[in-house]
Ligand binder design. Structure first.
Ligand SMILES: [Zn+2]
Ligand SMILES: [Zn+2]
Ligand SMILES: [Zn+2]
Length: 294
């Protein structure tokens, strides 16, 4: 499975245009992996996870097009993960095509409600809606997808995270979520994931408490990893990558890489491409960076 990180920031991106904190200033000065757009992931070339406000510019910057995307999965209704403009741009009327390529649009009910508000018909967007609730399994050939209940803002009651199996690899994208609730863990038993992508939104803000309801810090990430190891959801063959960083609590890419590296976790950056078949811990990776902002 190929995974392209089209963005690795939380809602306020890095640098935040409304901030002159040391981390945002550092990002403006050093650019490269310190500049982070809002999170989206492209799996192989046909499955998109989240469709946020930076999707279009990310595709330009990282040399990606979405013409082959058959499935889009949305995790929740926060604006950094679902932006109607990134979908409505598919409306028919592009040169040489009557309609955009057909796409299944998988999302919780709150996102479907936001989609209704655009007033644009599903047929002109070229989408078929598949509403999803926590613990639903969805057959999207060749993918088997399972929605796991996220622990996120209570106001976003139907937030999910996705477990994705393309027949060659199993990947869990655990974002946005704080530590999973008890009802989630049995679904992870013996999964032996190939890749875990886990949020580390509040980075070095180590006021972590297991009962927190919004996001993970580095110690929350460690807690999740230890729990998954105990359940055989991750093994010593599972590659782990952290993403969804906020400038408020996450230092530079190099510093985050060092902190996370001690936990066996890789710090993702915009444009990172992973091949899960060649990405085992300790292996020579075949990743390539499509392009960095200069
Ligand atoms: Zn987010
Ligand atoms: Zn800042
Ligand atoms: Zn969120």
């Amino acid at each position: 499975m190929k995974i392209t990180f089209l963005g690795t920031a939380a809602a306020d991106q890095i640098p935040s245009p409304y901030c002159d904190c040391p981390r945002c200033t550092h990002a403006r000065t050093h650019r490269g992996p310190d500049v982070r757009k809002r999170c989206c992931y492209l799996i192989n070339d046909d499955l998109l996870v989240d469709i946020g406000p930076d999707l279009l510019v990310a595709c330009s910057m990282h040399d990606v097009h979405l013409m082959n995307v058959k499935y889009t999965l949305v995790t929740h209704s926060h604006r950094d993960h679902y932006d109607a403009a990134s979908l409505v741009v598919r409306k028919q009327g592009f040169p040489g095509r009557e309609k955009p390529p057909q796409m299944d649009f998988v999302a919780p009910p709150s996102v479907m409600e936001l989609l209704n508000q655009t007033g644009v018909s599903d047929s002109s967007l070229g989408i078929r809606r598949i509403p999803v609730l926590p613990f639903d399994s969805i057959d999207l050939p060749p993918y088997q997808v399972k929605a796991l209940k996220a622990t996120h803002y209570p106001t976003v009651g139907d937030a999910v995270t996705y477990l994705i199996d393309d027949g060659t690899s199993k990947v869990l994208i655990a974002s946005d979520t704080a530590v999973y609730k008890d009802e989630v863990w049995p679904h992870l038993e013996n999964l032996q994931l190939d890749q875990l992508i886990i949020e580390c939104t509040v980075g070095t803000n180590t006021s972590f408490k297991a009962g927190q309801t919004r996001h993970l810090s580095i110690d929350g990430v460690e807690y999740m990893i230890n729990k998954m190891k105990a359940l055989n959801a991750i093994t010593d063959q599972t590659a782990i990558c952290a993403t969804h960083f906020t400038h408020k609590h996450c230092p530079s890419h190099d510093e985050m890489s060092e902190i996370l590296g001690k936990m066996g976790v890789r710090c993702a950056y915009d444009g990172l491409v992973l091949d899960t078949l060649n990405n085992r811990p300790g292996a020579n990776t075949t990743e390539k960076m499509t392009s960095h902002p200069s």
